[in-house]
Design a protein around this ligand. Structure first.
Ligand code: COA
Length: 322
């Protein structure tokens, strides 16, 4: 039997600048209010990176914290996958910079682009590589500086996002032990234009800014997340009653609460950070997982269900035994 990818530790990093809804409106002269943002999204504040603070710097800090929690030296890591829409540069990969920053010298490192689903995609790819023996010890990192790709004149999108990083350390261990049970990844490129960045190195030469048809994205989120959660449970012979924790992508509290209700989970079994972090895209799930694991909510033996949807469209789910 192939090994199972065990989650050894998770850790996050949030930049120091905390910006409330009111401060955001004042900084950018936005015609919005704390009440509008909080009611529609659940967001109260977000963190923004300092000038010069990069995806690799934040991701490396989250990675170092995860390694320290697990007591694993950086040299043991032989796979680094970074999910990001805001890499330091087109190349080298942000993952390569983090590989060096943690003191890794072996194995391989690459970035993966699946927008807000990036962490679930990266977890799925890492799980496959650990099962085949291509790697033994993996860091899966989501790290984002969306504050650099927002249009500050578009109040319907610029209020939704924040910066941060989260890292999960995985190691190939016993096939019967805890770890990733399954991952389920999907894409529909026909919906590419409803959530997109309108520029890039290979098209405009610039970075572009986030463009979103909010209502359309909301509509797809509700149906696709419900379907992929059912798929993940069915693949393992589970029902909603088996789930200990829902750790969802943190885009919108209304979507998160809807998924909790679908799974018949009481609100205290759904990990929520969107109020404090806003949408940190690929970083949101590892940040939420790290928080709930660190404060003792998530315990050994718990069944954790993770799900996300994002630009692509991409969406997916993962189930792990802790
Ligand atoms: N402050 C105040 N008013 C705002 C506003 C803001 N920040 N942003 C938009 N509005 C206004 C609009 O101009 C519009 O006004 P109008 O009726 O006079 O034209 C009104 O609010 C409704 O806009 P709409 O975009 O239809 O709002 P909505 O109810 O769909 O809520 C979102 C907008 C973005 C909160 C919602 O669509 C959403 O959450 N979508 C999913 C987004 C998501 O999760 N994306 C990430 C996926 S990874």
């Amino acid at each position: 039997m192939p090994p199972r990818a065990r989650l050894l530790a998770a850790a996050g990093y949030l930049p120091a600048d905390v910006v409330t809804n009111d401060e955001l409106a004042a900084r950018h002269g936005l015609d919005t209010s704390d009440a509008w943002i909080a009611e529609r999204t659940g967001i109260r504040q977000r963190h923004f990176a300092a000038p010069g603070e990069t995806a690799s710097a934040m991701g490396a800090e989250a990675a170092r914290r995860a390694l320290a929690l697990a007591g694993v030296p950086g040299e043991e890591v032989d796979l680094v996958i970074v999910a990001t829409s805001t890499p330091d540069s087109a190349f080298p990969a942000t993952a390569a910079r983090i590989h060096a920053a943690i003191g890794a010298t072996r194995g391989f490192a690459f970035d993966l682009a699946a927008a807000c689903t990036g962490f679930i995609y990266a977890l799925g790819v890492a799980d496959s590589l650990l099962r085949t023996g291509a790697a033994r010890c993996a860091l899966v990192i989501g790290t984002e500086v969306y504050s650099r790709i927002l249009d500050w004149t578009d109040r319907s999108t610029c209020v939704l996002f924040g910066d941060g990083a989260g890292a999960v350390l995985l190691r190939a261990e016993s096939p019967d032990g805890p770890g990733i049970l399954s991952t389920h990844l999907h894409a529909d490129g026909r919906q590419a234009d409803i959530l997109t960045v309108d520029g890039g190195a290979g098209s405009t030469g610039g970075t572009g800014v986030v463009r979103m048809q909010g209502r359309e994205v909301f509509r797809h989120a509700v149906t696709k997340l419900a379907a992929v959660v059912d798929e993940a449970l069915a693949a393992n012979g589970f029902t909603h009653a088996d789930v200990s924790w829902l750790v969802p992508h943190q885009a919108n509290l209304r979507i998160i609460e809807g998924m909790g209700r679908k799974l018949h989970l009481p609100p205290e079994r759904v990990v929520v950070t969107v109020d404090r972090h806003a949408n940190t895209s690929a970083a949101s799930i590892p940040l939420a997982l790290a928080e709930a694991w660190a404060d003792g909510r998530i315990r050994p033996g718990d069944l954790v269900l993770m799900e996300a949807i994002g630009g692509g469209l991409t969406w997916g789910a993962a189930i792990a035994r802790m």
